[in-house]
Design a protein around this ligand. Structure first.
Ligand SMILES: [Fe+2]
Length: 227
């Protein structure tokens, strides 16, 4: 399949002043687009041409892996941001309180992990193999779906995500990141995952252009074949 650059779910200037139009133009239009274009170039006439993005991530290495994973990670990042204020669902908020004591202590721990990620990488909220919420960091292009962790929220801590607006001050970017988190999106994935767990593998998403839906459907199919 030919991979396509996802359209941003908001206008280029919608995240200002926290993330500027200039940053979005470079980050989405140059960096993210560059990963998608390179991936299509690399998979041409190979076995990966027939695979979904998730299959490619799980089965490749080297440059194909890097560009496939960066395509997925950026798709996920854009969907985690939103210009208008949103709130987490009660289900997610309760899980956050159970795991981290409070929303504030979760944010503090997440920001600390993101600030401490050495060099380029990503900070994530995931559910782990025991269905527990966990803060997780990955370097370069690495992504939780390599390790069967379900991503719920991500912050891009590559310098290209913040250097235009914040120069080297990653901590300021992280402070403002919380103004933009799309809690409705995070809550939807968490809710879908819980539903998947309780309803024993009924497909819940069928949009091939949405990597998160595709990912949840993959999990669903795995559940079906393993029983
Ligand atoms: Fe990025």
């Amino acid at each position: 399949m030919k991979h396509t650059l996802m359209e941003l779910p908001y206008a280029m200037d919608a995240l200002a002043p926290y993330i500027s139009e200039e940053t979005l133009k470079y980050h989405h239009g140059k960096h993210h687009a560059g990963y998608v274009n390179k991936l299509n170039e690399l998979i041409k006439d190979t076995e990966y041409e027939e695979m979904s993005l998730e299959q490619t991530i799980r089965q490749s290495n080297g440059a194909i892996f890097n560009n496939a994973a960066q395509t997925f990670n950026h798709d996920f990042y854009w969907n985690c941001l939103n210009p208008t204020k949103t709130e987490p669902s009660e289900l997610l908020l309760n899980a956050i309180k159970t795991t981290f004591n409070s929303m504030e202590s979760f944010k503090e721990a997440f920001s600390k992990a993101a600030a401490g990620q050495f060099g380029s990488g990503w900070a994530w909220l995931v559910t782990d193999e025991h269905e527990k919420l966990r803060i997780y960091t990955t370097s370069n292009a690495h992504t939780p779906i390599e390790h069967n962790l379900t991503p719920l929220l991500v912050c891009d801590v590559w310098e290209h995500a913040y250097y235009i607006d914040y120069r080297n001050e990653r901590a300021k970017y992280l402070d403002n990141f919380w103004q933009l988190v799309n809690w409705e999106h995070v809550s939807k994935i968490f809710g879908d995952k819980e539903l998947l767990r309780s309803s024993a593998s009924v497909p819940i998403c069928n949009d091939p252009d949405d990597p998160i839906c595709e990912y949840l459907d993959d999990m669903s199919r795995q559940g079906t074949t393993s029983t």
